[in-house]
Design a protein around this ligand. Structure first.
Ligand SMILES: Nc1ncnc2c1ncn2[C@@H]1O[C@H](COP(=O)(O)OP(=O)(O)OP(=O)(O)O)[C@@H](O)[C@H]1O
Length: 314
C-alpha cells in the first residue's frame, strides 16, 4: 500500500484555558480515500483538522501532510490542502471571481481562469461571479467557501461539518463534487455528527469522543458489525454453560445462565434461527420467551461516545 497522505502521531492539545481537547491521537489517512471523522459536539473534530491545517498549534505530537511536517514545512504542507471551514468569514465587498483568483495566488499558483470558471460552474456560482460576496444568500456564501478552498487545486480537501444547515440542493451538489474530486484522485476528510452522512459518503470512519479517537474502521466492516441482530431466549431452566452440542453456534449465556443470546447477521439470507430452535428442542432446552434486538448505528455510536469502545470493536 502507498504511504499515507496524512500521518498524525500522538497528538495532544491543551488550550490556554487548560481544556484538554485532544488526547494522544494517531491516525493515518490513505491517499484517495473519503474519511469521515464522526463525533458529537465538542469532541475535538475541529481542533484536529485545525492542527492538521496549521491553524491551531498542537501541544505535542506531530503531523506530516504528503511528507511535509506541518510546522517545519508549513507552506508546502498547507498548499496541498483545501479547507472548507464551518464559519462563514467571507462577508466582504470582494467579488466572487476576484476572491477565488486572489485565494489561488496566495498559494503561489499561476493564474488559471479556466480552472476558476470550472469550479464556479460546478457550484452553480458562475452567474454570481461578479457579485459582491456580502450580497449573497447564506447558501451561496457557503458555496463560495467551497469554491475558495478548491481555487488552488488542492489534493486534500477538508470539509468541516459540510452539511450543517445547508439545503438539500447544496448537499447534493456537494456530494457530487466530493465524489468527482475523489475520482480524480483527491483525498477528502469530512467531519460530521450525522451518522447517515458518514455512512453515505465515507470509505472509512473514525469516531472521536472527548478528544480521543475511539475507533477507526472501514465503513463496510463497521456496517457489518452494526448490521448484527441478537435474539435473546429466556430459559425455563438455568444453564451452567452453553451445551457442548451447540458449541458451533454463535451463542452466549447471559443473565447468570437464565438466557441464551444468539447473534446473527441481518445481511445474510438465512438467519439460522429455525435450525437453532430445532436443535434447542433436540437438546431439551425449553424457553419461556424470546425477543430480538438490533444494534443500530445510533446505539453503537452512543456506546462508543460513552466510553465503551470494546463493544463495537468486538
Ligand atoms: N480556543 C479554545 N480555547 C479553549 N477551548 C477551546 C478552544 N477551541 C475549542 N475549545 C474546546 O475544545 C473542545 C473541542 O472543540 P472542537 O471545536 O474541536 O469540537 P468539535 O468536535 O469540532 O465540535 P463541533 O461539532 O461542535 O464543532 C470543546 O469543548 C471546545 O469548547
Amino acid at each position: 500500500m502507498s504511504s499515507p497522505i496524512i500521518s498524525v502521531r500522538n497528538l495532544d492539545k491543551v488550550y490556554a484555558s487548560g481544556f484538554h481537547a485532544l488526547r494522544d491521537v494517531s491516525l493515518d489517512i490513505r491517499r484517495g480515500e473519503i474519511f469521515a471523522l464522526l463525533g458529537p459536539n465538542g469532541a475535538g473534530k475541529t481542533t484536529l483538522i485545525s492542527i492538521i491545517c496549521g491553524i491551531v498549534k498542537a501541544s505535542s505530537g506531530s503531523v506530516t501532510v504528503d511528507g511535509h511536517d506541518i510546522v517545519r514545512d508549513y507552506r508546502a504542507a498547507r498548499s496541498t490542502i483545501g479547507l472548507v471551514p464551518q464559519e462563514l468569514s467571507t462577508d466582504t465587498f470582494e467579488k466572487v471571481f476576484a476572491t477565488l483568483r486572489f485565494s489561488r495566488g496566495l498559494f503561489g499558483k499561476a493564474p488559471d481562469p479556466a480552472h476558476i470558471e470550472k469550479v464556479l460552474r460546478e457550484l452553480s456560482l458562475w452567474d454570481k461571479r461578479d457579485s459582491k460576496i456580502m450580497t449573497l444568500s447564506g447558501g451561496m456564501k457557503r458555496r463560495v467557501l467551497i469554491a475558495k478552498a478548491l481555487a488552488h487545486e488542492p489534493s486534500i480537501l477538508f470539509l468541516d461539518e459540510p452539511t450543517a444547515g445547508v439545503d438539500v440542493e447544496l448537499r447534493h451538489d456537494m456530494w457530487r463534487m466530493v465524489r468527482r474530486l475523489r475520482d480524480e484522485g483527491a483525498t477528502i476528510i469530512l467531519t460530521t455528527h450525522y451518522i447517515e452522512e458518514a455512512e453515505e459518503m465515507a470509505d472509512r470512519i473514525g469516531v472521536i469522543a472527548k478528544g480521543e479517537l475511539v475507533v477507526v474502521e472501514d465503513k463496510a466492516t463497521l456496517m457489518r458489525k452494526l448490521g448484527r441482530k441478537q435474539l435473546t431466549l429466556s430459559l425455563r431452566e438455568r444453564l451452567a454453560a452453553v451445551p457442548a452440542a451447540l458449541a458451533d453456534q454463535p451463542l452466549e449465556l447471559a443473565q447468570d445462565g437464565h438466557a441464551l443470546v444468539y447473534t446473527f447477521d441481518t445481511q445474510t439470507e438465512e438467519t439460522g434461527i429455525a435450525a437453532l430452535l430445532k436443535r434447542l428442542a433436540e437438546q431439551g432446552i425449553d424457553f419461556k420467551d424470546l425477543h430480538s434486538s438490533e444494534s443500530s448505528l445510533e446505539e453503537i455510536f452512543v456506546g462508543l461516545v460513552h466510553g465503551k469502545p470494546q463493544e463495537a470493536a468486538a
